[in-house]
Design a protein around this ligand. Structure first.
Ligand code: SF4
Length: 196
């Protein structure tokens, strides 16, 4: 099965608990005002990758405790992501999934891929970015409406003290000299750092 992705990082420290691989999927039809991930909206952009190949790349890559799915909208490619999640979960990797939908909306769906992805996810972070509720005080999220759902016991040790984890960003430069930023922070302020 193929997955259309925007970006893949084999290891990051700022996209969920611990060291994680991270996949930004390509395609989101929600188009929330103020979304910082607009380059991920167009479902025809990005690159297609075979799910099994990606799973092998992750398992053969740097040591990580899990993977994070972010977007774009992960549940618009739920079938492919649930296949990837299953392959990784069999190797004891944890799954963190972001979504612009609410958990309740997703639970109403009869789509098998959506049901499978929910059942394989350890932490689901739901709700779209709402610019009028911008709040960077909690880890990994940008607005106060977004919720953390601990769907398994895997991360129950951080459930009651999650706000002790601070938002962080990582800045990388690719081989073409392009600056790549991930994590959560005030992206406009960050962009200003690179203006001359
Ligand atoms: S759901 Fe998420 S990725 Fe999609 S437009 Fe809204 S904030 Fe952006």
């Amino acid at each position: 099965m193929k997955l259309r992705i925007h970006r893949f990082l084999p290891v990051t420290n700022v996209e969920g608990p611990g060291k994680r691989a991270c996949v930004w999927v390509q395609g989101c039809s929600r188009h929330c005002p103020g979304c910082a991930a607009q380059p991920t909206w167009n479902k025809d952009k990005g690159i297609e990758i075979d799910v099994r190949e990606l799973a092998q790349k992750i398992l053969n890559g740097p040591e990580v405790e899990g993977i994070t799915f972010v977007g774009g909208e992960p549940f618009e490619q739920a079938e492919a992501l649930s296949e990837l999640a299953l392959l990784l979960k069999r190797k004891n990797l944890s799954i963190v999934t972001f979504t612009g939908y609410s958990l309740e909306e997703l639970q109403e769906s009869t789509n098998d891929g959506i049901k499978d992805l929910i059942s394989l996810t350890d932490i689901l972070i739901d709700g779209p970015y709402l610019q009028e509720r911008k709040d960077l005080s909690r880890p990994w999220v940008g607005s106060s409406n977004q919720r953390y759902h601990f769907l398994t016991d895997r991360y129950k040790h951080i459930k009651d003290n999650i706000c002790e984890t601070k938002n962080q960003i990582e800045i990388r430069m690719d081989s073409m000299g392009k600056i790549l930023i991930n994590g959560m922070g005030d992206f406009n302020a960050i962009k200003g750092l690179f203006e001359v």
